[in-house]
Design a protein around this ligand. Structure first.
Ligand SMILES: CC(C)(COP(=O)(O)OP(=O)(O)OC[C@H]1O[C@@H](n2cnc3c(N)ncnc32)[C@H](O)[C@@H]1OP(=O)(O)O)[C@@H](O)C(=O)NCCC(=O)NCCS
Length: 187
């Protein structure tokens, strides 16, 4: 992928929009990570049809889909979405993200999701991002905490995952709060 496709980058990770050509790489990453992802995201096989539907969704102004890539090789190390974007006087969206079995535990997601947050509050013009996280998902809680999110509340029976309605903690960050933290982002 040409470096010019990158929207924003940090020392090790660069962010670009997900492309149709990413299907083979992403579906292989999903397959190798099935066990790790099932626990928090539910069973989600990435069929061609499912991938195509997500691309269609990302063409809407209400959704953005990104991949997080290693700057040295271009290899995908994670994914991040901003869903349910509301404009007007709210300028907010809901953040989702994932690492993969071979890419977790290196700090790539902290850097990459941090870049997505900066991009959201910069070029995308958003003001607030929320993340909904199951209380036992400690890796995810640590990640948003590192990025300056604050715990705002507790949503009982928030999302249907793996056959049950799961409680989630609601975390959020605003443009003002992120301006007060630094993650070494270059544009
Ligand atoms: C949540 C999730 C994205 C977190 O990913 P992650 O790999 O922990 O995040 P990072 O890539 O930022 O790595 C951070 C970890 O790498 C460690 N690390 C190792 N080398 C590092 C380096 N050079 N720089 C920074 N951190 C480094 C950090 O200490 C940290 O470990 P810790 O959380 O045990 O303290 C991942 O667990 C995941 O994909 N889970 C399944 C899907 C999911 O739950 N999505 C979110 C739903 S709300």
């Amino acid at each position: 992928m040409a470096a010019t496709d990158y929207l924003v980058h940090g020392p090790r990770v660069a962010v670009r929009r997900v492309h149709r050509q990413d299907y083979a790489e992403l579906s292989a990453l999903r397959r190798e990570s099935a066990e790790m992802l099932r626990r928090w995201l539910g069973a989600r096989e990435m069929t061609v049809d499912a991938f195509e539907s997500s691309l269609e969704r990302f063409e809407q102004p209400t959704h953005e889909g990104f991949v997080l890539c290693l700057r040295t090789t271009g290899a995908i190390v994670g994914g991040a979405n901003i869903n349910n974007i509301v404009r007007g006087s709210l300028q907010c969206g809901t953040l989702g993200y994932t690492a993969y079995a071979s890419t977790t535990g290196f700090g790539y997601l902290t850097e990459g999701v941090g870049l997505v947050v900066r991009y959201a509050f910069g070029p995308l013009g958003l003001h607030r991002l929320e993340a909904n996280i199951q209380p036992e998902n400690t890796s995810s809680l640590r990640l948003v905490e590192r990025l300056g999110f604050r715990r705002e509340g507790y949503s009982a029976a928030f999302q249907f995952i793996n056959g049950a309605w799961r409680d989630h903690e609601r975390w959020a960050v605003t443009a003002e709060a992120v301006g007060r933290t630094s993650h070494g982002v270059e544009r």
